[in-house]
Ligand binder design. Structure first.
Ligand SMILES: Nc1ncnc2c1ncn2[C@@H]1O[C@H](COP(=O)(O)OP(=O)(O)OP(=O)(O)O)[C@@H](O)[C@H]1O
Ligand SMILES: [Mg+2]
Length: 150
């Protein structure tokens, strides 16, 4: 896991999302860990902005999933907080989404445990004295600004 990186405000957290966007490739699955309000959706907005998507990014609290077209291909953003049963993942097309062409960003992956594709990256957000802190675990090297060891 990377060291904890400070994100004292929403703007800096979005900027980290934009930087992280550059390491993502089609087929990547990103688990976004962190309690309610930890900044997962804000980080997703940064990722999508980094991929050149300039539209509105809503929290898929009730729809469970939203798909966005980006320069890097389709990105699907899940919020599984209200997932009732794994069957819903089938209805959402999780299997098709995880087909190697899309990038899947998954908030509350624990709710779908055992029914999700393996994570390429795990991003962990937590509350800090000032704002939030974030750490990354992944299968590929991270840019130094995200490894947090500077
Ligand atoms: N780095 C930060 N510093 C301070 N406040 C932040 C930071 N990042 C996000 N916030 C604020 O925290 C609130 C919740 O953010 P967000 O919706 O991204 O959380 P979430 O982890 O997606 O929550 P949920 O689990 O409910 O979906 C927002 O009001 C946002 O402005
Ligand atoms: Mg959210």
């Amino acid at each position: 896991m990377s060291h904890l990186i400070a994100a004292p405000d929403e703007v800096s957290l979005r900027a980290l999302g934009r930087t992280f966007a550059a390491v993502l490739a089609p087929g990547d699955v990103v688990y976004l860990e962190g309690e309610l309000g930890a900044g997962k959706t804000v980080f997703v907005r940064g990722i999508l902005s980094g991929m050149g998507y300039s539209g509105v990014v809503v929290s898929p609290t009730y729809t469970l999933a939203e798909e966005y077209p980006t320069a890097a291909g389709p990105v699907v953003h899940y919020d599984l907080y209200r997932l009732q049963s794994p069957h819903e993942l089938e209805l959402l097309g999780m299997r098709e989404h995880a087909d190697g062409r899309r990038i899947c960003l998954i908030e509350w992956p624990g709710r779908g445990q055992g029914h999700l594709p393996d994570a390429t990256w795990v991003v962990t957000l937590c509350y800090a004295d000032k704002g939030r802190a974030i750490a990354f675990t992944g299968q590929r090297p991270l840019p130094q600004s995200l490894a947090g060891d500077t």
